[in-house]
Design a protein around this ligand. Structure first.
Ligand code: AMP
Ligand code: MG
Length: 313
């Protein structure tokens, strides 16, 4: 395995590797992705097997430009408006596949839908342009683990299975994209993320953001066990008990980690996964206790990930 500097030569080598049907880890503004040429069935199979990802959980397709959508999915005004507003950026759109869509059906877990986004990261953009094909890329971690936000995290998790990891430093956002289902009349958030419901509503009007209404058919990924730490995780904790690591928000005495000393939710989001990785260590602690995180804006996505982590155990 090589961690490659993502200069022109590194990106060219990674693009060659992808076009030859291999898998490459690369940075995006959300988390590191495990990329494969989405048009090559065998390359996509490698992503599922390296991650140990259930075949029923579809992958997000990454494009270099919104114009690439035309070949992949049926279009409508909402899609154009959302792509115009939020792309490149952390909003994934679940769309109806075109009947002649060139993407492997495996990417869609055999559904008639396809999830697409244009990442907002110079290395991801340069890589997509060099490959000149859409890349299927889930987070570069074994299924059920915390998503990676540095190249080192990817190396620790999957280094043995990869030839190339492009290093782009720590991810800016640090949480996965918002997933929005546009295959139904009232668009629905399938996974809360960096872009919140209010921002989406401003562009396309009312949306359905009730998690309880999510059915397994529309969102197979919701079945996946997510982010399960090995230590017990306590939410909304004002302090830690003896032996627990306290993850603070906005300062606390004896905190093991402060997600954001200045109560900045974006900073807290970008630190969350690194904090979980660092502190989920049974040789140092008996459990994890996390401070209450305000449930607005990206705070909703932070609370979503924390709830899943607590439930996943
Ligand atoms: P990940 O790639 O690990 O960030 O996860 C991608 C998320 O997008 C999962 O929750 C998937 O279930 C969801 N997703 C991808 N494709 C589709 C699709 N066609 N329909 C519904 N959800 C999808
Ligand atoms: Mg993932």
């Amino acid at each position: 395995m090589t961690i490659k500097v993502a200069d022109d030569a590194g990106i060219a080598a990674a693009a060659d590797h992808l076009r030859s049907g291999h898998v490459v880890a690369f940075p995006t503004e959300t988390v590191y992705g495990l990329g494969a040429d989405a048009t090559q069935h065998d390359a996509v199979s490698k992503v599922f097997s390296i991650k140990g990802r259930p075949a029923v959980n579809p992958l997000i397709v990454h494009v270099a430009d919104p114009s690439w959508l035309e070949e992949l999915a049926e279009s409508d005004d909402r899609i154009t408006a959302l792509a115009d507003t939020f792309w490149p950026g952390p909003l994934t759109l679940v769309l109806n596949r075109r009947s002649d869509c060139p993407i492997s059906k495996q990417v869609s877990a055999n559904l008639d839908t396809i999830a697409v986004r244009q990442p907002d990261h110079p290395i991801a953009a340069a890589l997509l342009t060099a490959v000149d094909r859409p890349l299927a890329a889930p987070s570069a971690n074994p299924s059920g683990h915390v998503s990676p936000t540095t190249a080192k995290h990817v190396e620790t998790d999957l280094g043995d299975a990869l030839d190339i990891i492009l290093d782009g430093g720590p991810c800016r956002a640090g949480l996965e994209s918002t997933v929005l289902d546009l295959t139904i009349e009232t668009a629905r958030i399938l996974r809360p993320g960096v872009i919140d419901a209010v921002a989406i509503t401003k562009v396309i009007g009312v949306i359905d953001e009730h998690e309880s209404s999510i059915g397994p058919i529309n969102s197979p990924g919701q079945l996946e066990k997510h982010y399960a730490p090995s230590l017990p995780l306590k939410l909304n904790a004002d302090s830690a008990h003896e032996g627990e690591a306290y993850i603070a928000f906005g300062g606390a005495q004896n905190a093991a980690f402060d997600l954001s000393p200045s109560c900045d939710l974006a900073e807290a989001a970008s630190n969350l996964f690194a904090a979980l990785r660092e502190l989920d260590d049974p040789t140092r602690f008996k459990g994890l206790a996390v401070a209450p995180i305000p449930a607005y804006g990206i705070g909703q996505a932070i609370n979503d990930r924390l709830r899943r982590a607590a439930k996943g155990r």
